[in-house]
Write a protein that binds this ligand. Structure first.
Ligand code: SF4
Ligand code: SF4
Ligand code: SF4
Length: 337
């Protein structure tokens, strides 16, 4: 049976004790309230006891079933501090941040903030946490004080649980941002390589790779001139193509002149072709490694990352493939000349 439309999850959550212990089978009181609103049984909260079942039954107009487990009275955790080894596992487990301590330092429970959920007990590797009747509860003198005390504890427990969840979410986002920044930083050197590598498949004659590798630039420009000449054969009146071709031929001629001047100023041994081919081979090898790395990063993102990591890795693969194709093309062209 579902809660009436006028009853909200917040109305239900307000009746739960906010111990955040998970004994109902949900990771906190609010998730259990959401489940109750969807029709889950109302008798699964031991810290709330029969009173909570009765209040939920009245609110939701459902039968007040007997509790599934024994009711529990308010408790608190106490750390035997001289036995604590400062491993911080209890801090990580506490749903309301009620434990103080630092790595390798003694830890202590803030009694007023402890809901007695017992979640810190199991992770403690030296079993130095005791669960005791809550001193605040024990100090109450009558039913009215008990009711007030439970209401205060519930309010504090809810607030601290929400604050902790907000903090964890914030930390998760910061971690994601750091991971993205690391991935970008890893991509940058590869992108710099893109810019440094000679690229033969330039779309305009003004963009052959600006490197000191004259032979590769010549190969790229020659390929561009041939492509433009072909285009001009199909469309002889295309003014843009004519201008581009003129520009590319001019660049090629300049390069030729530079090469001749350089050759004239050195002795007859011309070591440039082999060194430029070596550079192109190194660039191709680097592009291949980058592609392999990008594929590994994608596999890692699929195993452990989120959608954003996968998207970033896929984009990186596309860039790496383009670099690889360009590097292969540049080497082919250079080897042909
Ligand atoms: S106090 Fe524990 S058992 Fe009760 S609703 Fe909250 S998390 Fe569930
Ligand atoms: S100190 Fe332990 S018992 Fe107390 S709220 Fe934190 S985890 Fe629960
Ligand atoms: S889990 Fe136990 S040993 Fe580790 S810090 Fe907490 S109390 Fe100390």
């Amino acid at each position: 049976m579902s809660a009436s439309a006028s009853i909200t999850v917040t109305d239900i959550d307000r009746l739960l004790p906010q111990t955040q212990c998970g004994k109902c089978g949900h990771p906190g009181c609010r998730p259990y309230a959401e489940a109750i609103a969807e029709g889950e049984a109302i008798n699964r909260c031991p810290p709330g006891g029969d009173e909570t079942v009765a209040e939920l039954a009245t609110l939701l107009e459902r039968p007040a079933l007997p509790l599934e487990m024994d009711a529990e009275s308010p408790k608190a955790a106490v750390i035997r501090e001289d036995e604590c080894i400062g491993c911080t596992k209890c801090i990580q487990a506490c749903p309301v941040d009620a434990i103080l301590g630092a790595a390798k330092q003694m830890h202590t429970v803030i009694e007023a903030e402890c809901t007695g959920c017992e979640l810190c007990v199991a992770p403690c590797p030296v079993d130095c946490i005791d669960i005791v009747p809550h001193p605040g509860w024990q100090a109450t003198r009558d039913a009215r004080e008990q009711k007030d005390w439970l209401a205060r504890r519930a309010e504090l427990g809810r607030r601290r649980f929400e604050n902790r969840n907000a903090r964890l979410e914030r930390q998760r986002q910061e971690k994601d941002a750091r991971r993205r920044a690391r991935m970008q930083a890893r991509q940058q050197p590869a992108e710099q390589m893109d810019q440094a590598a000679p690229v033969a498949s330039t779309s305009t004659p003004s963009t052959p790779a600006p490197t000191g590798n004259t032979r590769a630039r010549k190969a790229a420009l020659s390929a561009t001139v041939r492509r433009l000449e072909k285009r001009l054969t199909a469309a002889p009146d295309d003014a843009d193509t004519q201008a581009s071709l003129k520009h590319a031929r001019q660049q090629l001629a300049d390069l030729q002149t530079q090469g001749e001047a350089s050759a004239a100023s050195t002795d007859a041994r011309d070591i440039a072709p082999s060194s430029s081919l070596n550079s192109l081979r190194i660039a191709r090898s680097a592009a291949k490694q980058r592609l392999a790395l990008a594929n590994r990063q994608l596999a890692h993102a699929r195993r452990q990352g989120g959608p954003e990591d996968i998207e970033a890795a896929q984009a990186q693969i596309q860039r790496a493939e383009k670099t690889w194709q360009d590097a292969c093309q540049a080497l082919d062209n250079a080897e042909r000349h």
